[in-house]
Ligand binder design. Structure first.
Ligand code: DC
Length: 207
């Protein structure tokens, strides 16, 4: 069975947590597509041309330990605005989405560009203050010394760039179900996502 769940949204809205929970619940494979852009961004910071970095990306690049750093996040957002970088990453993402047994992909353009025919499309969002609070806590817990204001400013800058770019900007697909996690617990958000997938799975003929 092929069954694709597309989960998009801005940084720290909870789409990663929801994606992992949905994938685990249904036994689907999961791809965090932000990691692809982060790996290209990290290679650019190493001195590589970003288009070349995207075209030669390997599994090892995705395992780098520095991909969660704030400077790598900013670099990811910058390389993500380059059409040739995005083009180099399309085939891998579509191949992953079409694998047997179901797949969950999370990112910015999954429901709009990568998988416009996905069985389920979710757009996970939250206020920027709440998102910055979550990201700040996450960074502090992993030992990164940073202030809330700095995290908020960086997040706003990244969201603005991701939403304003000409190629595959961050926006909900017309047929996406929006989950706003500003005042929703993670359990409630996950339950809403699972219910949406379950309802759609019930319409798939079983062989
Ligand atoms: O989800 P994330 O924060 O790890 O993503 C890092 C950056 O990568 C994000 O600011 C924009 C870019 N990105 C993208 O343009 N398209 C995607 N499908 C996923 C991420």
């Amino acid at each position: 069975m092929r069954f694709t769940v597309a989960i998009d949204g801005p940084a720290a809205a909870g789409k990663g947590t929801i994606s992992r929970a949905v994938a685990a619940h249904f036994g689907f494979a999961h791809l965090d597509t932000g990691l692809l852009y982060r790996a290209v961004g990290a290679r650019m910071l190493d001195g590589l041309d970003p288009v070349e970095a995207a075209r030669t990306l390997s599994a090892g690049d995705l395992g780098r330990s520095d991909l969660r750093r704030p400077d790598v996040a900013q670099a990811a957002s910058r390389v993500a605005a380059i059409p040739e970088v995005r083009a180099a990453l399309v085939a891998f993402q579509r191949g992953f989405a079409g694998r047997e047994g179901g797949a969950v992909l999370d990112g910015r353009d999954i429901g709009t560009v990568i998988c416009p025919d996905a069985a389920v499309k979710l757009f996970v969002t939250a206020s920027d203050l709440v998102r910055a609070g979550r990201r700040h806590r996450e960074l502090v817990e992993t030992g990164v010394e940073t202030g809330f204001d700095e995290v908020l400013a960086e997040m706003r800058e990244r969201d603005a760039r991701d939403s304003a770019r000409a190629e595959a900007p961050l926006r909900p697909a017309g047929d996406a179900v929006v989950i706003d996690t500003t005042e929703l617990s993670i359990e409630a958000a996950v339950a809403a996502a699972i219910a949406r997938v379950e309802a759609q799975l019930a319409t798939v003929p079983r062989g």
